[in-house]
Design a protein around this ligand. Structure first.
Ligand SMILES: [Zn+2]
Ligand SMILES: [Zn+2]
Length: 138
């Protein structure tokens, strides 16, 4: 990747995370590799009432979500943002990422920050994923 492309990608990620803070987005995903045929759906972002971390759990072989209510001012919410179980250095992206625990199997998963990061099929590992926006919700 050239330096210019990296800057572009970073700008796109910033732009999308601002949008995600306002509304969540759901995507229908399908693998274009005919031998694979992986299909699924994935949500990014939260709504007005909750926030969300999206990730793919390799143990459960599915997309997993951590959700917590948005903090209300002047009120201590019993459920707050989950604590990461560790930090890892993502050499391909050049920054540190938090690892979270899968709510189903309690193994660690790596959050996907935006749909733009979702290019590789979790089933066959090819760069063959097609994303189709399904709906916007609040
Ligand atoms: Zn899991
Ligand atoms: Zn695939």
């Amino acid at each position: 990747m050239t330096h210019l492309m990296r800057v572009l990608v970073a700008t796109l990620l910033c732009a999308s995370s601002t949008a995600v803070a306002m509304a969540g987005t759901s995507y229908k995903i399908s693998c274009q590799n005919e031998k694979c045929g992986f299909k699924g759906a994935v949500d990014f972002g939260g709504g007005f009432k909750f926030e969300q971390i999206t990730g793919y759990c390799t143990q459960c072989r599915k997309f997993v979500y951590l959700q917590w209510p948005r903090e209300e001012k002047g009120k201590d919410s019993p459920k707050t943002k989950p604590k990461p179980i560790g930090l890892i250095w993502d050499a391909t992206a050049g920054h540190t990422r938090e690892l979270y625990v899968c709510p189903h199997c309690k193994k660690a998963f790596f959050p996907i920050l935006s749909e733009k990061e979702l290019r590789f099929c979790p089933n066959c590992g090819q760069e063959s994923l097609k994303l189709q926006m399904r709906l916007l919700y609040d």
